[in-house]
Design a protein around this ligand. Sequence first.
Ligand code: NAP
Length: 305
Amino acid sequence: MTTARILSGSPPAAALRRQTAAAAALLRDRGIGLTLATLLVGDEAAASVYRAQIERALQGVGIGHLPVTLPAATDEVRLVRVIEALNLDQGVTGVLVMLPLPNHLPTSLIQEHLSPLKDVDGITPENAGRLHLGLPALRPSTPQGGIELLDYYGIQLSGRLAVVVGRSSVVGRPLAMLLSLRDATVTLCHRRTPDLAALTRQADLVASAAGQAGLIRGEMVKSGAVVLDFGVDVVDGKVLGDVDVATVAAVAAAYTPTPGGTGPVTAQVLARNTVAAAFAALGGGYEELGRQTNPRSPRRLAPEG
Ligand code: NAP
């Protein structure tokens, strides 16, 4: 019988949506429009689905969407030119490049050329470095959303043992850093981690961003642990997470469902990061971002309520 609490992403996503819509309206009232450009190279089906989700989230908060699609055969020179044009385009507030790129295009092209102040998913060296130093930054939306989901449900992070499965630069690694900044003790795992189960069994929080359906099973989870699932795995046309809910729900205290868990919060953090990028461009750059992203900051992004 399922006893674990289901941590739905809908309520925290709705709270974020209200906050971001209010902030976007403040800017609109001052004649400042907001647009997020999404750049997709190729026509990967999963990326198109993600892009449609982002578009819905942007519409819900009054942010425009500029979809830019390049053919899969785009070469490095052309890709860099398009990024540089988006950097300079004053009508574009933020840019999200849909990853992974086709194999012949290194991700470093984006990391090296995208303007850090338009980098709404926190992938540039400037934003990643600032995150690691605990400085104001545009933070990667997926792990930041995961932390905000846990905060919404009042889940304590300080003093907890956390195991993060997956070390990509957009999900696992920044999540480990964000958890560490919140005083959790973090172990970051990957394919070569010996005896993953021995580590996850010790954890108060297991977060999985591996992209392997059913990887985290009940016998790998400590009784009463919280399980955060980022995986989006399509199996026989069905969307599943990394977590084997049937077995994990019997031992965990709480877990995020897939779909409907971390995903909706990610899209809302992306929308909020677009607003934050606009404030940063208008005001004091990263100093302004500090006010948007630091919950202890005296000035908030939008009025409460
Ligand atoms: P990625 O770049 O493919 O990274 C996957 C990571 O998981 C790698 O570090 C890999 O280890 C590790 N891994 C894979 N299988 C493993 C295993 N059996 N045991 C231990 N570690 C394993 O993927 P990503 O971009 O981080 O995305 C991860 C998942 O999150 C995907 O399913 C993606 O669709 C999903 N996602 C969800 C959201 C959301 O909002 N919920 C947003 C973005 C992505 P190595 O480094 O050793 O290869």
